[in-house]
Design a protein around this ligand. Structure first.
Ligand code: NAP
Length: 512
């Protein structure tokens, strides 16, 4: 089992600074930093000599090498999940619930270690990582409870002498493919309902963040979840398609649950056609965040800060376009700019920064391009607007005024700490602007007028609407999108259904 490597500093930092940064992110349990794949209860290190490096996004330093799995390992994992399915699906909901509860306890008992590992590979501030571990654990707890409530139905019979019964069954082996931005919470909210429903799972975490997935799988193993029920197949970006294809073509894999970009989601949907899998696709967003003239402006600023700048703006549901009514535009812009200017930027290891680095070079370059494009098309720079003096992938928290629909940031997710302000005058104009996107993941608005609140909530095209709230995700409510943001729901009582199918029993011959 590997330990966190201490490598020389990246281009912008001295050795001494790097060491100071790395130590606070060292988990107390070294065996939670895992350089293996988990296939059928075996921790596999050898996959034909192929590995890929996990890097610390704060300075580019090397953390550890992980096996770079391909089609062979993906198929072996599906074999193990298929073998484990018979026993796991035959257990009672209560038995599965007890094991999920034990896993929930283990996640919380190791919250600090998991948070350190998450911050090390993902870069988010430690406080946010602790919150993400708690959120992931909350999904496990929720579905531990739901495992006992997979109720069916008895349908009143239309004909004498029959009974019509509907039972819910696990779909079977599930494949999960997850992104790097919430590597624990997103994976937990797929594994937990799958296991609660009686499914087994094969999962591929993102190249940037395999360590969190492997660590929570180890805790699941320690909690007593049997071998083969959870399988983790790390792969580099180069081999992601190979792993995905192996599962898409495998008829035993009955469901694919994917969170990531719309482009990859569409290609996975196409690839799943031959084996007709059940699909959940949690895809990209382009969330509007509307501030009407009757809003509580201080609350709206607080909500914008929470929505836009959490995880350094790398959140699928974060405010991407902030629409502000003309009469409050100047006041809102001033308050938001003041709040953003107070944000501190630094590595997670520093312990006190509000914003971490972006995940990698590609992410930082996209943010730079969006800001450059917006300024070239008439945006006004209110604060930030360039790489942070820390260098690497750190970017200054930025506010841009006078944004307009011709800018790239109006139609694409920026996925970074950039808050563009668009001006509007009327309610109908705001709704038209908000819905002028193929995406429909989340929308937000701040208003007090009760008639407006209802009208706007109905008119916005999104799976989730935040009304006078900037933070909307919870395990007890359904999460998911409409339009190009995908389909399926995670969390809540609805989340279990994505991992079940209905079986209708028509029982005849009952007349005396
Ligand atoms: P991405 O490129 O689509 O990657 C997501 C996952 O898919 C990663 O594990 C990736 O592996 C894998 N992947 C990429 N190409 C694949 C292929 N051909 N076959 C199988 N797997 C493949 O997304 P991202 O840029 O990392 O993540 C950000 C996106 O996710 C944003 O659009 C964001 O809005 C969206 N997101 C949505 C939600 C939601 O709930 N709706 C939540 C979070 C993020 P590699 O990492 O190795 O490339």
């Amino acid at each position: 089992m590997g330990t966190l490597a201490r490598q020389p500093a990246g281009p912008d930092l001295s050795d001494r600074q790097t060491k100071q940064r790395s130590r606070p992110l060292q988990p107390s349990r070294a065996d939670l930093v895992i350089d293996r794949a988990l296939i059928g209860g075996r921790w596999v290190s050898e996959v034909g000599g192929r590995t890929f490096a996990v890097l610390d996004p704060a300075d580019g330093s090397h953390v550890i090498d992980v096996p770079d799995c391909g089609a062979t390992e993906a198929s072996a994992a599906a074999d193990c999940a298929a073998n484990a399915l018979r026993d796991w699906s035959a257990r009672t909901g209560k038995e599965r619930s007890q094991l999920l509860r034990q896993w929930h306890g283990a996640l919380l008992a190791h919250q600090e270690d998991l948070a350190r590992l998450l911050s090390r590979e993902q870069g988010k501030p430690l406080a946010e990582s602790r919150g993400e571990v708690a959120a992931g654990a909350a999904y496990v707890e929720w579905f531990a409870e739901e495992a006992k409530r997979a109720y069916g139905d008895v349908i009143p019979e239309p004909t004498r002498g029959r009974k019509l019964i509907v039972v819910k069954e696990p779909v079977g082996v599930v494949a999960a493919i997850t992104p790097w931005n919430f590597p624990i919470a997103i994976l937990a909210r797929k594994i937990a309902p799958a296991l609660a429903a009686g499914c087994t799972i094969v999962a591929k975490p993102a190249e940037d963040t395999p360590l969190s997935a492997l660590a929570i799988a180890r805790l699941a193993e320690e909690a007593g979840i049997p071998a083969g029920v959870i399988n983790i197949v790390p792969a580099s970006r180069h081999r992601a398609g190979e792993v995905g294809d192996a599962w898409l073509q495998d008829f035993r894999v009955r469901k694919l649950t994917f969170t990531g970009s719309t482009a990859v989601g569409k290609s996975l949907a196409r690839g799943s056609a031959d084996t007709l899998k059940k699909l959940s696709l949690e895809l990209g967003g382009n969330s509007p965040f509307i501030i009407f003239d009757d809003a509580d402006l201080d609350a709206a600023v607080a909500g914008t800060m929470a929505s836009k700048f959490r995880n350094t703006g790398q959140t699928c549901i974060c405010a991407n376009r902030i629409l502000v009514q003309g009469s409050v535009y100047a006041a809102f812009a001033e308050k938001l700019t003041a709040a953003v200017s107070r944000l501190t930027v630094g590595p997670a290891a520093s312990g006190d920064a509000d914003q971490g680095p972006l995940i990698n070079d590609r992410a930082r370059i996209k943010v730079e391009q969006h800001v450059h494009d917006a300024l070239g098309r008439g945006a006004r720079l209110l604060t930030g607007g360039k790489r942070h003096r820390l260098g690497g992938n750190f970017y200054e928290p930025t506010v841009l005024g006078e944004a307009n629909p011709s800018m790239r940031l109006a139609s694409e997710e920026t996925f970074g700490p950039v808050a563009p302000l668009f001006r509007f005058e009327t309610e109908s104009e705001a709704i038209a602007l908000a819905n002028d996107t193929p995406f429909g993941l989340a929308s937000y608005f701040y208003a007090r007028d009760i008639g407006r609140v209802w009208r706007v909530a109905q008119a916005l095209e999104a799976g989730t609407i935040g009304i006078n709230e900037g933070i909307i995700t919870t395990e007890v409510a359904p999460f998911g999108g409409v339009k190009a943001s995908g389909y399926g729901r995670e969390g809540s009582k609805y989340g279990l259904e994505d991992y079940q199918h209905l079986k209708y029993l028509c029982m005849g011959g009952l007349s005396a």
